[in-house]
Design a binder for this molecule. Structure first.
Ligand SMILES: [Zn+2]
Length: 309
């Protein structure tokens, strides 16, 4: 997968925003040792598309950036910018902002068909006062007895704000569950889906990769969340407890952008991980680590954590 580049000048000139560019993409184990193995390095080169002749003289601004951290893999990359005096942005996955989510949910609400298939309300507020959205998707027209017999499914995304690909997975899930297919109708007739599209809005707004505004990895807070410090996780657990008082909660799934981030409070685990970079190499790793990471995730979550009664 190629890195994404957004050139302000190119947008003004052609109207084209984020685009994948570059070549010579590599991903390899580097020399930094850690206790459980090695870190890996991703390297790639981004070179400008051959511009119009009149822009040739702009093709001289070249810069190199290398970053290494002690906690993650260490990508290195080289970029040849398209224009001089340009403002450019780089991403490993297409951005998905809170504004994108707001526009998407408004579109669902404005559509007379999808509007009937879900309800939207705030789950809670974050430390910064941002709203955490909660969607309920089921067949609302059914009789109370039929409603009561349905099982519960909870799906969340963006607990790690930088894993924007999780939002595209989530969009696919919501599109499908609120869609016109017979399969989706059968699911709505038999389940109550509780969807938290963005569990860490503060992190998304300020551009954190992994943490909340309090500097905490919220996906490590499920066991003992704080109402004050980690309100989104606390309220999500309360919601799941209430849900499990009314019906059996058969699945809680966090849509992630990394392989090892799946939380499984119950036997049923749906894997939605998709690798952020280089699907060929990392999908091999996904298969190899499926058993061990699922086991590790089960171990991390205490039996009382969001467990159904
Ligand atoms: Zn994650």
């Amino acid at each position: 997968m190629l890195p994404l580049v957004y050139s302000t000048k190119e947008v003004a000139r052609t109207g084209l925003g984020w685009r994948r560019m570059g070549h010579n993409v590599c991903y390899y184990q580097n020399h930094i040792k850690r206790r459980t193995g090695y870190y890996y390095t991703a390297s790639f080169q981004v070179t400008a598309r051959q511009p119009a002749t009149s822009h040739h003289h702009h093709l001289h601004s070249t810069s190199t950036s290398t970053s290494t951290t002690t906690t993650t893999s260490s990508p290195s990359f080289q970029i040849r910018f398209l224009h001089a005096d340009d403002v450019c942005y780089l991403a490993y996955c297409h951005p998905y902002t809170m504004s994108d989510l707001g526009a998407y949910l408004k579109g669902l609400e404005d559509d007379p068909k999808t509007r009937k298939r879900f309800r939207r309300r705030p789950l809670c507020e974050t430390l910064a006062g941002n709203t955490v959205e909660l969607l309920t998707i089921t067949s609302f027209t059914a009789e109370p007895d039929a409603l009561a017999s349905r099982k519960g499914v909870v799906v969340s995304a963006r607990v790690h704000p930088g894993e924007t690909n999780a939002s595209y997975m989530m969009k696919g899930i919501i599109d499908y569950l609120t869609g016109p297919s017979l399969d989706a109708k059968i699911l709505r007739d038999n389940f109550v889906f509780k969807i938290i599209p963005v569990l860490n809005p503060d992190g998304v707004v300020v551009g954190n990769y992994r943490c909340s505004l309090a500097g905490l990895d919220l996906n490590r807070m499920w066991k003992d969340p704080s109402k004050r410090l980690t309100p989104t996780v606390w309220h999500a657990k309360q919601m799941m407890k209430r849900l499990s008082e009314d019906r059996e909660l058969v699945l809680f799934c966090g849509a992630m952008g990394r392989v090892s981030d799946v939380v499984a409070p119950h036997m049923h685990t749906l894997r939605l991980s998709s690798p952020p970079l280089l699907p060929l190499q990392t999908s091999t790793a996904t298969r190899a680590s499926t058993t061990s990471s699922a086991t590790a995730a089960s171990r991390r979550v205490s039996p009382t954590a969001a467990s159904p009664r």
